[in-house]
Design a protein around this ligand. Sequence first.
Ligand SMILES: [Zn+2]
Length: 282
Amino acid sequence: MTAADPIDLRHLGDERVIGSYLLETDDGPAIFDCGPASAIDALKAGLAARGLGLRDVRHLLLSHIHLDHAGAAGLLVREHPQLQVHVSPIGAPHLVDPTRLERSARRLYGDAFDTLWGELAPVPEENVHVVGDRVLSLDCFPSPGHASHHVCYLHEDGTLYAGDAAGVRIQPARDVLPPTPPPDVDVNAWYATIDEIERRAPARLALVHFGVAEDVNRHLDDLRRRLGAWAELVGRGATETDFTHAALADVEHAEDYDRAMPLWQSYEGLARWAAKRKETAA
Ligand SMILES: [Zn+2]
């Protein structure tokens, strides 16, 4: 089973916003990034279309704990207590006790929280596994930048389950954008992550937003270029309006991207990053 298409979670009814992947491991089928609780029905429908139910899935591999990637984890384990959840060491305590995660997300999303993400349930500690270099039959490595606790998984078939570390590209579109939301985006760490992905030479990139990219080198070059341009823009004090305008100027189908990564969030994250950098320099 190589480079299967994602299960389209049809977030808020829209196609190609959030995708979840079903993959084969040495311990049976696993899901990579389950999406938010608000999209559980679509996840189940996608599994059913592939001849599986949740009870057939033993493992959930998480790239990071942002709600569009991992929000449903607690509900899934409540329904199927055999499900084992793999996550980075920094992410693990927030799955067990999502109180702080929910508080900061509610601050960011306001009244839209419930519609966007649904219930955020805790994952019992005994179901949570902190990742090392190997997770089942996959290589796992830290990939900070978009979030400090982000990890990627490389399957032996060459597929990199990239999460957000390889950016956002709503395929079949070609443009690759760096989602840089608060609170802990780190541009320099992200450059190092892109280098590390290249060093591991994956055959393809499985993007949560959205689809499998086969032109790995061009894809990563495009991500690196935009990350630099955006950081430069915000670093020299662009307003949100100027940033949004400039950031989307050369992007085709920009409206498709905004659903997966609202530009106001990328601006806020970069502005915070730039301010922190100035503080450190002073
Ligand atoms: Zn994220």
